[in-house]
Design a protein around this ligand. Structure first.
Ligand SMILES: Cc1cc2nc3c(=O)[nH]c(=O)nc-3n(C[C@H](O)[C@H](O)[C@H](O)COP(=O)(O)OP(=O)(O)OC[C@H]3O[C@@H](n4cnc5c(N)ncnc54)[C@H](O)[C@@H]3O)c2cc1C
Length: 332
């Protein structure tokens, strides 16, 4: 695509007709970028029976919503969604395209980027414009923030982690233009989503938990991990993890906190057996009080938390669980 200062696009995502918070957060940031670029904010919304939801996108700051509203789009279909977005982007020439770093977004964005022959930065935690009005797509790397730019190809594409931008104030009086989209019959449908079976997640949801207990590789093994999970249970806390824990298969991907996982903002964060790598710590930047337990007194995690305890998780966690239970019994 040509180099253009076209509109800022947000690929909005809905689940069962509910617009995801990350889509609204992205529209909020798109509004800011669009104001600096003196262009408009446009959202793409695909699904079934979702016309009413366009109002929420306008209220958040979209000027135009491209609406694919069809039973054919009820479920996410990678080939169909890609084709519709690619065709539309070729026609409308957006300058920037933002996608939430959700399971859907992480698959869809590279498919679209490849077809548009443009670049894509994954898991951004900030987006700003440089002095040439090129999008700086910021990701944690090398112990700091790395800015990635896409100087020539358009659109400049980024997936953005949930929760890094605030939800914009919704203005119920804002309206905009709805542009209906066709779903072309000829799109290949080699992959079809026939049904979605939802897994009930156990415990407290990470994103809204007042207390988060997160464990890292220092858990040692599955048994050590289960102890950390028990600690979360007795504290009625949400259980979070680092990447090695997920890679080991001790916990599900949904528990991972950080750049490629979830952003959390608890009142209390307790990190056990983790080293405080930036890719994890960006996910807890908004925590109010942070505590770390690590057996290495020199671990960098201690420089980043309010309270540090040098101890072995395997020894510390069972004792802490016992003490909490005792306290809870006395408290009754
Ligand atoms: C592009 C990219 C994205 C990434 N995204 C994420 C992300 O979203 N989330 C994430 O978490 N990671 C992410 N990572 C990985 C990240 O860089 C780190 O590798 C990871 O966070 C380290 O996890 P950890 O602290 O559990 O393990 P380690 O770094 O191995 O640290 C283990 C810690 O446990 C301590 N320890 C060992 N034994 C014990 C014990 N018995 N008791 C107490 N302490 C003990 C050690 O002293 C050490 O400090 C990403 C990496 C990349 C390149």
């Amino acid at each position: 695509m040509e180099n253009t200062l076209g509109p800022v696009w947000v690929i909005a995502e809905q689940v069962d007709g509910r617009i995801l918070a990350v889509s609204l957060q992205l529209i909020g940031r798109a509004r800011k970028l669009a104001a600096e670029l003196e262009t408009s904010v446009e959202a793409v919304l695909l699904g079934d029976k979702i016309e009413e939801q366009t109002q929420q996108l306008f209220a958040a700051g979209a000027d135009v919503v491209y609406l694919g509203n069809s039973p054919d789009l009820a479920f996410y279909q990678p080939e169909v969604y890609t084709e519709i977005i690619v065709k539309l982007a070729k026609e409308r020439q957006p300058g920037i395209m933002l996608v939430g770093s959700t399971s859907l977004g992480r698959e869809l964005a590279p498919l679209v980027a490849a077809r548009l022959e443009t670049g894509l930065t994954a898991h951004c935690i900030d987006l700003v414009l440089d002095e040439n009005k090129i999008l700086e797509q910021r990701v944690p790397a090398y112990g700091g923030l790395l800015s990635i730019i896409c100087p020539e190809k358009r659109p400049q594409m980024a997936t953005v982690a949930r929760g890094v931008f605030p939800k914009p104030e919704l203005d119920g009086n804002r309206t905009g233009e709805i542009v209906p989209l066709d779903v072309p019959e000829e799109i290949p449908r080699r992959i079809r989503t026939l049904e979605i079976i939802r897994e009930e997640l156990e415990g407290v949801p990470l994103e809204s938990a007042p207390i988060v207990v997160a464990g890292g590789a220092g858990a040692g093994d599955l048994e050590g991990w289960r102890e950390i999970a028990d600690l979360a249970k007795v504290l009625n806390a949400a259980l979070g993890s680092t990447r090695p824990v997920v890679d080991e298969g001790w916990a599900a991907l949904e528990t991972m906190i950080g750049q490629s996982g979830k952003m959390v903002s608890p009142e209390l964060y307790i990190g056990l057996g983790l080293s405080g790598e930036l890719q994890h710590m960006v996910g807890i930047a908004d925590a109010q009080v942070m505590v770390a337990i690590n057996n290495d007194a020199k671990s960098p995690v201690f420089e980043q938390v309010d309270y540090g305890i040098v101890d072995d998780c395997g020894e510390f966690v069972p004792v802490l669980i016992e003490k909490i239970k005792e306290y809870q019994r006395e408290d009754v």
